[in-house]
Design a protein around this ligand. Structure first.
Ligand code: RM4
Ligand code: NI
Length: 300
């Protein structure tokens, strides 16, 4: 099978006791399959990319937060102006007396629950904390380890608090994108209508479309289609639901149409894809199908 890299602490952390390191990726280029001997929190600022996480694809974009653990394997492909920050940490180097394990979701938490969205307002609020953290964790004096850890604690608490605010966007500069994201929501089977959202919030559909494209690098409909297909893949790999139900939960009201799009995207039928995903067992890393349409800028 294909081998994967293991990224090492010693290449990223300032010293052997440093608990945190901050790695900006402006941009994040495609990056091959790997794991780490540390955990990482990924926060996406801009653009989009296909993130393959333990063998399953997710289209990530502006506002996504992911907790990747030491046991995970992941890689990035088909990136479009993807900008993110990696906050790397070593659990065993955290010394402050708090219940870190409940603040930092680990391998015992399913990966779907180790990722969530932040609003533009929340992103703006946490940004200076990350800059402070980046400055502190690169220092070598005695206080820097403890200061790093306390800033990190503040940051993870904020990430948790703001996790629950992403579906109630407030008023701020990126409110229009947040409204779209909240309306697309976690429930993919609901219909999304930009026009009525815009009437309700007195926005211009054209400017919402433009802003969305500018920040995420995708049109709203492409993003929606990609989320649906990725969600369908996840359901196929983890459940025995009938294909028609997978289609409708993922937001395809017509299951024939779903099968056609699916076949066109992955060159496989949904049931064949399910068989392969379910048979490959543990230790998975790569997404085993052609994903040329998931990866390209057009079509879906
Ligand atoms: C890479 C990529 C990886 C991360 C390393 C530190 O560019 O973001 O996921 O583990 O940086
Ligand atoms: Ni990584």
């Amino acid at each position: 099978m294909m081998r994967s890299l293991t990224l090492k602490r010693s290449d990223y952390f300032t010293g052997a006791a440093h608990p945190v390191a901050v790695e900006h990726r402006y941009p994040q280029d495609i990056f091959p399959l790997h794991s780490h001997d540390f955990d990482e929190i990924v926060i996406v600022w801009r653009g989009n990319g296909l993130h393959i996480w333990n063998g399953l694809p997710y289209r990530i974009t502006y506002g996504d937060v992911l907790y990747v653990t030491q046991q995970d394997k992941h890689y990035y492909q088909s990136v479009e102006n993807l900008e993110l920050v990696n906050i790397l940490f070593c659990r065993d180097r955290l010394r402050l007396g708090t219940d870190w394990n409940s603040l930092l979701p680990g391998i015992e938490t399913h990966q779907e629950s180790r990722s969530w969205r932040l609003t533009g307002e929340s992103l703006a609020l946490i940004h200076p904390h990350i800059e402070r953290l980046a400055g502190e964790c690169s220092r070598k004096d005695l206080f820097s380890l403890r200061l790093t850890e306390s800033i990190f604690l503040e940051l993870v608490l904020l990430l948790m608090r703001h996790r629950y605010q992403a579906n109630k966007p407030a008023s701020h500069a990126r409110r229009d994108i947040d409204l779209v994201m909240a309306a697309l929501g976690s429930n993919m089977s609901e219909r999304f209508e930009l026009e009525s959202l815009c009437v309700q919030h007195q926005l211009s559909p054209r400017s919402v479309r433009d802003t969305f494209k500018q920040v995420t690098g995708m049109t709203i409909s492409r993003y929606q289609m990609q989320r649906r297909l990725c969600h369908a893949i996840n359901l196929l790999s983890s459940s025995e639901l009938p294909i028609s139900e997978v289609a409708s939960i993922s937001g395809f009201s017509d299951s024939n149409y779903f099968s056609v799009i699916f076949q066109k995207t992955f060159n496989q039928s949904p049931s064949h894809c399910r068989r392969v995903l379910q048979e490959r067992g543990t230790g998975r890393g790569h997404f085993p199908f052609s994903d040329h349409l998931l990866s390209s800028g057009d079509n879906v």
